[in-house]
Ligand binder design. Structure first.
Ligand code: ATP
Length: 328
């Protein structure tokens, strides 16, 4: 094996936590050991980097980690890091610890932060970890599958009670400004209607008509899935359903429960591959990249290029959703 281009790297998680982040940390650490690179864990994202909050990581410290939800390194959002002074303090921590590279697991904000540190001479690699699946350069982000499965499990349970009482249920799922979770969960649970922020909403055609069609077909309960990014959210949707139909819908906001739980096989595998890829790129001397999945292939992009990319909803899934909910 050739001598790796880096000797000691720091790994951290940042932004919203996601199931599978632990599997990525484990993979980074074990790949480092395999390649003869030292690995240090930075706790609490950029906040920890500014404050020198770190822990040594070895084979034992990541044992059994793949199946655990959350992140053993904790996650945080740091306003201080957005200022030049914070970035300089973070750079100073890296110097003090003798780090020549960083692997940051998180979303777009985390990658922007990495760019600032690359400007100070560090080699940096981003790994897409967010339940929202809203990172443009990658068709998949760590945590998405687990979050969809958690939401689905909750909705299946909700449906049992809604069905018994012949009610209309309006469920808000996470996703920030994106509708990937809502769309996929909506398709998977057989929703009556699905509302996402990426598309303009014609309330009559997209919500009321599907409810009416389902009612005429004999249905007495309805499941409306709303992405959190839709203006007004689930309460506004429920209000408009009441105005249009005189029904009394029940609102459920699934919230942070979607971020928890053990990662699914898909997330553990994606996280493990991405962790491996991150270290492999650093060992080869790559400097400012994001690991990504495109189709079945793990690829990587320059961070600036990745941040300039745009991502919409998967058009095939969107078409299927519209067909199944009967929206023209
Ligand atoms: P998620 O998608 O889960 O929200 P994220 O990585 O996008 O993840 P952010 O809160 O946007 O989450 O970013 C994480 C951290 O990255 C911020 O708290 C901040 O410290 C740093 N960061 C974000 N944007 C910038 C920026 N433009 N320049 C420097 N650092 C940034």
């Amino acid at each position: 094996m050739e001598k790796p281009a880096v000797q000691r790297i720091g790994v951290f998680t940042s932004g919203g936590d996601a199931p599978g982040m632990n599997a990525a940390i484990r993979s980074v650490v074990r790949t480092c050991l395999h390649m003869g690179i030292e690995c240090i864990g930075i706790r609490r994202g950029y906040h920890g980097l500014i404050n020198g909050d770190f822990m040594p990581l070895n084979f034992e410290s990541v044992s059994g980690l793949s199946r655990r939800g959350g992140t053993m390194l904790y996650s945080a959002r740091s306003e201080d890091f957005k200022a030049k002074q914070g970035q300089e303090r973070a750079g100073a921590t890296c110097k003090l610890l003798g780090l020549d590279a960083l692997v940051g697991i998180g979303g777009d904000g985390t990658f922007r932060g990495l760019l600032c540190l690359a400007q100070q001479g560090l080699s940096v690699i981003g790994i897409p970890g967010t339940i929202d699946n809203d990172i443009a350069c990658s068709t998949y982000t760590i945590g998405f599958d687990s979050a969809c499965n958690t939401a689905l499990e909750c909705i299946d349970k909700l449906r049992d009670t809604m069905q018994s009482h012949e009610r209309c249920s309006v469920v808000e799922v996470m996703g920030r400004h994106a509708g990937h979770v809502a769309l996929n969960v909506g398709v998977a649970c057989g929703a009556t209607a699905v509302l996402v922020p990426e598309q303009p909403i014609d309330f009559e055609a997209d919500v009321i008509e599907p409810i009416r069609r389902a009612r005429l077909a004999g249905r007495t309960h309805f499941m409306i899935i709303v992405a959190e990014g839709v203006q007004g959210g689930a309460y506004e949707v429920a209000k408009r359903i009441t105005e249009a139909t005189a029904m009394d819908p029940r609102v459920t906001i699934l919230g942070h429960v979607q971020r928890g739980g053990a990662p699914t096989a898909r997330d553990r595998i994606a996280a493990t591959y991405m962790g491996y890829e991150a270290v492999r790129l650093l060992a080869e001397g790559k400097r400012c990249r994001v690991v990504a999945l495109q189709g079945d292939e793990y690829v990587n992009y320059d961070i600036t290029e990745a941040l300039n990319m745009k991502k919409g909803l998967d058009p095939q899934t969107y078409t299927v959703m519209r067909a199944l909910t009967g929206v023209k």
